[in-house]
Design a protein around this ligand. Sequence first.
Ligand code: ARG
Length: 476
Amino acid sequence: MMTEDGENANFWSGRFEKPPHQLFQQLNASITFDWRLAPYDIQGSIAHARMLSDIGVLTIEEFGEIEMGLGQIMAEIAQGQFDFQLADEDIHTAVEKRLIEIAGDVGKKLHTARSRNDQVATGLALFVRDQARQHFSDLVVLQEALLEQAEAAGEAVLPGYTHLQRAQPVLLAHHLLAYFEMFGRDCGRFLRVIEATAAMPLGAGALAGVNYPVKREQVASELGFTHPGANSIDDVSNRDFALDYLAAAASMSIHLSRLAAELILWSSQEFGFVEIADEFTSGSSIMPQKKNPDACELMRAKAARVAANHQGLISLMAGLPLAYNKDMQEDKIYVFDTTDILLLVIPVAAEMTRSLKFDAARMRAAAEASFALATDVADYLVTRGVAFRDAHRIVGRLVKKCIGENRLLKDLSIGELQAESPRFDQGYYDAVDLEAALARKQSYGGTAPERVRAQLEAAAARLAGLRQAAEELREA
Ligand code: ARG
């Protein structure tokens, strides 16, 4: 239970005559949100205390008592039995006060050679690293779902769009694999976030370093950092890893929002390309016929908040003088909010993707009932000796004629074609044949079924590598 019973109980109360105003206490406290750092804070404290015993600041026995006390606190928090108090300010103070309650005076030695400034930066870096690992592995699951759908799509064809106008036919598998690429890049982004947390802040003290022969390398290695930070002032003022995390999350959310937006369109009656399973849609309280793509709409909406969180931390950090400033306490609000969103939306996207039922006939009809092969006709005329620009104009006139007469290109007779250009011959009908047109898109990365099969194979191989990487991250 959070109480507002402040008393003059702060660790820093020695210099003060009056306790904090109750309103200031509310403003100052971060315990309402930073309790989430508890496991990381405790992990950091154990490593710090172990090192203190190595350098003789604590005896082995004292370290043992501190370690046991911290273990008990970890259990209390996990079981929801920890009594968080607003007067404790933040999780660091709350844990330390409880340690003193449990272990007695020895607990008062834990804060030797450290500051909350290096402590909080360390806890947050550990938190961000953990979350980046989790998002990486959730993204691999999403990629699996996309690849499964792409493999199941066979040679299903739909119109590809530019400007949301039917442009050229593409394979559904090809289209789905575009998302596979995006989320693959996001995996790379989260790996780089993990790299951004390589330097350990602990040991920087308040900002200047500490008056003890601390073994920072040892603590860094126990906590899974690559090395201690090289500059204590930077160590306590750096939040780049959090910014990188929020930036990676924002890019990823853009991808999710685009997938969501397409599924919203595609599941409309106007498109009718796909049905999203009941489990990820909802009905209307008034219109009995409705099946709304709410999961997709909310996935799309979350992108706004994730992007805003990135912008929020940029604005917070910009212009702050070195080193630590209390402003930075609010960094966690942006980070935690983004974490909660990602922990939910990536798995939702994966499960929903698995649930999709595509309507191949409907997609094919849309691809056929369009002028999506006009470029192919122009390219065909090029093979008959017409310059591409002239061919473009000739085909444009044919399209205009068809629109006026409510016909399709493939319905035009040789006579009608030759009225526009004498170069037309029977080869035209191959140019406007859907399968033949797909097969011609032979360029690397193109939509020819053969090329898409190669993309599917490459994707499966990359996925195996990503699964392995996710496994290694889990064990790290
Ligand atoms: N709760 C603070 C934060 O999250 C911890 C660091 C406070 N340091 C200080 N010197 N007041 O940033």
